[in-house]
Design a protein around this ligand. Structure first.
Ligand code: ADP
Length: 166
């Protein structure tokens, strides 16, 4: 059990698939909060289909956070603030890469605050080496046979190559 004294944080995302940038944020959050719940968005009604199933996306993350005792990974298909409340979380932690993330997050922050003023949204700046790393970029790279070393965990790279090879 961790004793950081800052309660429980949810790190939400699609994680389709998880990248080293996501894992960097999850690891850093685990050093600040007592518990971290990685919330993998699983919305069957979502228009844009994910490449990997929620089950696979959860498993990819679980395989990488082995030694972080205070991190748990769960899929969810409800409103983020409801998911956070359900697990007793007092914070939502998100990563900020470029300025382009800011506008969207600024809006989401206001909406979530309106619905749940008791849950604070906290933003962590991406580490410089991951500032331009996104799941969609990685998928595009994989589709054209690009090298995924240093961008995603090795088992994820293998699954991406398999999934996108035609
Ligand atoms: P993506 O935008 O790559 O599809 P998600 O929707 O799964 O990612 O994002 C989950 C969270 O992780 C968001 O808060 C997002 O800003 C953050 N994040 C994504 N990629 C990175 C990265 N390379 N470095 C830091 N944070 C990131």
């Amino acid at each position: 059990m961790s004793t950081n004294g800052n309660g429980t944080a949810v790190c939400p995302g699609s994680y389709d698939p998880v990248t080293l940038g996501h894992l960097d944020i999850i690891t850093r959050a685990s050093e600040v909060f007592d518990n971290v719940i990685v919330g993998v968005v699983n919305q069957p009604v979502r228009k844009q289909k994910t490449l990997f199933s929620a089950e696979d996306r959860v498993k990819f993350i679980q395989a990488e956070i082995g030694d972080l005792q205070n991190v748990h990974v769960l899929a969810f298909a409800t409103l983020l603030v409801d998911f956070a409340r359900e697990h007793g979380a007092n914070a939502i932690v998100k990563g900020l890469r470029a300025i382009s993330d800011f506008e969207y997050e600024f809006e989401m922050n206001q909406l979530n605050r309106k619905m749940a003023p008791d849950i604070e949204s906290i933003y962590m700046f991406a580490s410089p080496q991951y500032s331009f790393l996104s799941s969609s970029g990685v998928k595009e790279l994989a589709m054209f046979g690009g090298d995924l070393t240093g961008l995603v965990p090795d088992p994820v790279a293998a699954r991406l190559e398999e999934a996108l090879k035609r």
